[in-house]
Each structure stands twice: as C-alpha cells, then as structure tokens.
Design a protein around this ligand. Structure first.
Ligand code: FES
Length: 70
C-alpha cells in the first residue's frame, strides 16, 4: 500500500471516514480543519455541523424503525 495515500471509508448509511488530518473546502470557499486521527464527514446531508458528521444519520434510522414497529 502507498504510504502517501489517505484511507477513505464510505460507510453504508453513515459518514465518510477519512484517516488523518483533513482540510475541507466548503462551497463558499471557507475551510474547515480537523486534526483527528479519523474524521467523519457527513454523507447524509442531515448534520448541523457540516461538513462533519454529528450522528444525525443515526437518529433518523432509529426513528424510522420505531415508526415501523421494530
Ligand atoms: S452522515 Fe452522520 S450526520 Fe450525516
């Protein structure tokens, strides 16, 4: 494996996980930095702290299961 490459994991129903520090450029040109070992980027569009995942995707799935009675 090329050590210069970052590992990016696309999860099924949740965030995109990026291993290593990230520098995210937003649509308005501002930048959001994270120095975490793993940064979770929101892929569902529900996070109130975009571009980062705030686990809102979990609540939505749980609420839907409760509505379905499971
Ligand atoms: S992926 Fe977690 S809040 Fe969007």
């Amino acid at each position: 494996m090329d050590e210069g490459r970052r590992r990016v994991v696309v999860t099924g129903e949740g965030p995109i996980l990026v291993y290593g520090p990230v520098d995210v450029e937003m649509p308005d040109g501002t930048r959001r930095l994270s120095d975490r070992a793993v940064t979770a980027l929101c892929a569902c569009g529900r996070s109130r702290h975009r571009p980062f995942c705030d686990t809102s995707h979990r609540r939505r799935v749980r609420d839907k299961k409760e509505e379905d009675g499971s």
